[in-house]
Structures are given as C-alpha cells and as structure tokens.
Design a protein. Structure first.
Length: 441
C-alpha cells in the first residue's frame, strides 16, 4: 500500500513514462524492423557485440530506452552523458577514465543523449577515443545525423533509424500502463477503446506523450466510488483539443490535404487557411504539411514565382526549429503566399512528358560529344569529341544538340505566360531562335 501511495498523488516519485520504461527488448513497443526476431540490432545487443552507433528518430520512440536496455545487457561499463549539461572539460574527464579502464581490459560504452546539441569541437573530442577503441559511442538524436554529426565521427558509427510509433503500438502501451503494477494496475480505471485511440492519435507517434496524456487524464478522471472514469471529454480538457482528431493514415487525412492543395491551386487563401487549421488542430504533423506545401510550390507555381519554393522551404525549417504551436503562423504565411501568387504547372508537365520518353528510351546512348572523356581510352573512342564549352563563346550559347538522336525534336518545358514565367518564356524563345539561325548558316 505504501508503494501504491508513493506512485499516486503528490508523493509520486516518478512520472508514468519513467516508471514504465522497458528494461528488456521484449518489453519495447514498436521498432520491430530493428528488434524483431533475427533483426540485426537485436542480435548485436543479445551477443553483447555493441559497436559505436547513432539512434535517430523523433521524440518518444525509444532511443534512450534502447540505450538503457543495452546497459542492462552489456558487461561493459556504461556511462550516461547529456549533451545539454556537459562541456569539453567533462568530455575529456570521462574519456581519460575510459582510457584508463581500457588498459585494464574493461570496455566503456558512452551514451550521449541529444548528441546533435554538441558543437564541432565537442564532437571532435570524442573522435580519437572512438578510433582507439577507448569508448563505444552511442548517440541519440532527433536531427538528421548527416547534418548534425561530424562526418569523421559519423563514418565510425552505424546509424539506426527509429520510427514513430503507430496507433496500435501506442494503444498496446496504454493498455500495459493500465494493468501494470508500475502503472495504474492498482486502480480501477474505466476507459473506452475510442478514448485510447484518441490519446494515441494525439500523441502522434510519441510514447512519452501518450503516457503523459493518459496519466493526466487518469488524475483528472471522474471518481465513481472506487472506479476512475476517463472519458473523451476528460482527454479533450487535458489536451486542450476538441474531437477533431482523425486517423492519419485513413481517408479523412487524404481528404483534408487534398482540400488544402486544391484551395491553394484555386487561389483561395481563406479556404487554404481553414483546411490548414483543421489539419493542425486535429494533430497533424506540421512537417508533413510543410512537405506538401513544398511540393505544391514547384508543381503548381514553379517559375511563375520562383520565390514560392524559398517560402515553402523557409516554412519547413521554421516548423522544424520551433514546432507546434508556434509554427502555425509560418505555415499560414506559406499557404497564403501559395494561394495568391501566379500559378503554372509547366515544370510538372515537363517532367511527366520527359519521364514517359525516358522510360521508353532507356537504351538510347548518351551522345558521344557530351560524355566525359576522363581517360585516354575514352578520348580515343570519341568521348567528348566535338563538345562546345558555352563559356568560350560571346553569347554563352552554342548550337550543340544534347538530346539523343531519337528525341532531337522533343520539347518538354512549355512555359506559360503567368507571372515571372513570361520572362523565362521570352528567354527560351530567344535561345531557340538563335540556335535555329546558327544551324541554318
């Protein structure tokens, strides 16, 4: 009873997510592509053959949990290190300790949470010790390690990509929380299946958020004798969300993104902002919307306003940097901009036409004169012969043909007269006319 009281109310020692943190691989929910039977990461951990690696994935998917599981399985010394609170002085101290341990035949595994927060100098401090084998480095990051981890360090680490948890995974986790002695197994909780789905959808793939939401909902549930009733209304109050949540892999998801796309295409900013709000308030990932807006910028606007792509990329980066709810205004700026600027699908149509020819002409060789003759043999058989370097000519143009012989008359890019694309159309017409004149001389 004392243990139960410690978990409940003001005396609770740890939040629910911490109390339910898995200690073995079999307790981990999701990530079956890495931890399923005969999967490579599972074998590495089971055999205690861990090498330097990076866990990359969104928040709440089990990166730190995996590190803790490795700590429970390994015979090596395991050191937990935070990139938020540690500097180069602490790094060097730990590295020297690991080097001393290595001399006595003891392996050291160093887990660095949020490794992307380390600057280049701090990351460089790890490198010689990783190279010498003084430490086995395990880093966790929510950012793309290709951009955030030094190339030299990254090349010595195997990257494992962790996926956002699906609704079924999250619901399984929530059910475990309701029955586990470390969760609410000592209480009588009444909660419907659709309410579990509501929490799982709200969590958006994040196990920590799902458990935190459940914990808050239980603590604010309606008491009916010795039963705590958790209703849809309770969850909505705890999350400040109405019942707008929808299945992100279902039909309504595609209906809403279609509505947003077509509203922007139809130059209707009011409708575009409405459908944007519908998606965001329903729990949609802002980065997903930003990616769709980026596609729209080139598919439906293109060179009618080349800045549209810049605005879309800037909105994506803003969403990436600050997240919800602050990034709503950046997405609003982007969709209003896309709605108001001139439209052209010339780039989309150009690629589709070229793709059709490319798929039917895959065997057409690249003309010899535009091949790169990098060796003597290549040059001897004609690679690069007759190539005209445009910068050697006053007009910066040549009448050289670059398409295969079977496609010499093809025209894929057919610019419109919309917005700035009119200037590109005029320039293209000038180029074609000049080349025709040169070829007729």
């Amino acid at each position: 009873m004392d243990e139960q009281m410690t978990m409940l109310g003001g005396g609770m020692a740890q939040p629910l997510a911490a109390r339910l943190r898995p200690k073995t691989m079999d307790e981990i929910v999701g990530q079956q592509h890495l931890l399923g039977q005969n999967m490579v990461l599972r074998k590495i951990i089971q055999q205690d053959m861990v090498s330097s690696m990076i866990f990359w994935g969104p928040p709440g998917v089990g990166k730190t949990t995996l590190a803790n599981v490795i700590a429970n399985h390994t015979k090596a010394r395991f050191i937990n290190f935070s990139a938020v609170t540690s500097g180069i002085k602490e790094i060097r101290s730990v590295m020297q300790q690991a080097e001393d341990n290595r001399r006595f035949g003891e392996k050291t595994i160093l887990f660095v949470d949020e490794i992307h927060r380390f600057n280049k100098a701090q990351q460089d401090a790890f490198l010689p010790f990783v190279e010498k084998g003084s430490i086995i480095l395990i880093g966790a990051t929510t950012e793309n390690p290709s951009f955030e981890v030094n190339g030299a360090l990254l090349s010595r680490c195997k990257v494992f990509v962790l996926k956002a948890l699906g609704e079924d995974d999250l619901k399984a986790l929530l059910r475990r929380a309701l029955t586990s002695p470390n969760g609410f197994g000592y209480q009588k909780i009444e909660i419907e299946e659709d309410v579990l789905s509501l929490i799982a959808n709200f969590a958006n793939g994040d196990a920590r958020m799902a458990l935190s939401t459940l914990e808050m909902a239980v603590l604010n549930g309606r008491q009916e004798g010795d039963v705590t009733a958790v209703t849809r209304e309770t969850v909505e109050q705890c999350t400040s969300r109405k019942s707008l949540l929808y299945d992100k892999s279902g039909e309504e998801h595609y209906n809403l993104i279609s509505a947003l796309h077509k509203s922007m295409r139809n130059s209707d900013p009011d409708a575009a902002v409405y459908w944007l709000a519908r998606m965001l308030e329903a729990g949609e990932d802002p980065l997903y919307i930003a990616r769709r807006v980026t596609r729209f910028a080139s598919e439906d606007i293109g060179l009618a306003d080349p800045r549209a792509l810049e605005v879309a990329i800037a909105a994506y980066q803003a969403c990436h940097f600050i997240g919800m709810p602050e990034c709503t205004v950046h997405l609003t700026e982007a969709v209003v901009y896309m709605s108001l600027v001139p439209k052209s699908n010339a780039l989309y149509m150009a690629y589709e036409a070229a793709k059709k020819d490319a798929l039917t002409q895959l065997s057409d060789p690249v003309p010899l004169h535009i091949r790169n003759g990098v060796t003597r043999l290549m040059k001897d058989i004609g690679y690069g012969k007759g190539y005209q370097y445009a910068h050697d000519f006053d007009e910066k143009l040549t009448d050289m043909r670059c398409l295969p012989d079977s496609l010499l008359d093809r025209e894929y890019y057919l610019p419109t007269e919309q917005g700035q694309e009119r200037r590109f159309a005029e320039r293209l017409e000038q180029i074609k006319k000049w080349k025709e004149e040169k070829r007729g001389e």
